[in-house]
Write a protein that binds this ligand. Structure first.
Ligand SMILES: [Zn+2]
Length: 144
């Protein structure tokens, strides 16, 4: 499918294209996210790219009111905490991500196991563009 090397750089390039790409070992089927060139399970080096659907459940999270400077520049502070977490994807792998769409000032309302869907936060432009995966709750079906 894709001929890019199985590196963090390729992973970030795919994120810029709004794709979450992991890789699967063709020999033992182990799945890796982010991708790695050598399988830690069977030591094989025959990998293929696998695109994640971007659906999963919230696995763990933390709301952060005193974050790094780049988050402060986005307007987050003690009165407006942001949420960082881990999502368990449908494919069975975990991804570190920003968690959006919850009331971060009331972390007790955020439930592990909530179904979430991926979106992409682009920062910077051109060569400097970096993209961060973020997940927000799947909207409840109408009428609920
Ligand atoms: Zn393997």
């Amino acid at each position: 499918m894709e001929e890019r090397p199985f590196t963090d750089h390729s992973y970030e390039q795919f994120l810029n294209e709004e794709k979450i790409m992991g890789c699967r070992c063709r020999k033992c089927q182990a799945l890796y996210l982010p991708p790695r060139p050598i399988c830690i399970n069977c030591h094989g080096a025959d990998m293929e790219w696998v695109r994640m659907k971007g659906a999963g459940t919230l696995h763990a999270f933390t709301c952060i009111s005193v974050g790094p400077a780049f988050m402060a520049r986005e307007g987050f502070d003690r009165s407006r905490p942001y949420c960082s977490g881990v999502v368990l994807l449908e494919e069975g792998v975990r991804i570190d991500a920003r968690i959006e769409g919850f009331d971060n000032t009331h972390p007790e309302t955020i439930k592990v196991g909530t179904p979430v869907t991926a979106e992409f936060l682009h920062r910077g432009e051109g060569e400097d563009m970096r993209t961060f995966p973020a997940f927000r709750p799947v909207p409840a079906p109408p009428g609920r």
